[in-house]
Write a new protein. Sequence first.
Length: 275
Amino acid sequence: MEVNGWKIEPDANLVAADLQAANLVAANLRGADLRDADLRDADLRDADLADAHLQGSILCVANLTGANLEGTSLSNANLSNANLSNANLTGAFLSANLSGANLLGANLKGAYLDNANLKRANLRIAKLQGAKLDGANLQDAILCVANLSDADLSGANLRSANLRDANLKCANLEDAYLWNANLEGVNLRSANLRDAYLRNANLEGADLKNADLWVANLTGANLRNANLKCAYLSSADLSGADLSGADLSGADLKGANLKDANLSGATMPDGTIFD
């Protein structure tokens, strides 16, 4: 099979190839070298790109629905507004990384990104509903306004990630590492944050209603004006946290460490305002 004079086959040399808007549905490109290739608007549905090299490639608006990207290297690739729904990225980027990759507005609904390296990736307004991101490296990633509802982020590294105004409703963040993460205005309703590490995280104005924060480490966290209504905070470490103006009505604080916490103006579990 040839497209624009380029041979489409496993292990093909397609460096800097012009494959813009190409029909590559179910194409076998396993192990192919597609570095710096132009694949914008390409149709790669169900394509096999396992172990392929796509560093620096342009995949803007490309359709990668159901594609196999296992072990694929996409460092510095431009995937803005690409459709990666249900794509298989399990173990992808383990030998390389996606540092600087542009996934702005990308559709990653239900994608398999277990243990993927998305360090410093731009995932602003990306669609990640139900995505599998357990153990993923999202350190310093930009996830502002991204939709991560029902996503599995258990054990994920989100250190210093920017998640401002993101939707994490019902997300699984058990054992997640969120040190210094920006979670301002985030929707964490009914999220699982058991054993999560949120030291020095910014949760100002976040909605944590019904969230499970059992044994979570929130030392020094900024929880000003946060909605912690009915949150499960049993045994959580809230020492030094800023909870001023927070709504803790109905919250379970049994065994929680509130040493040096700022509770000024906070609504306590019994409904009273802390003076």
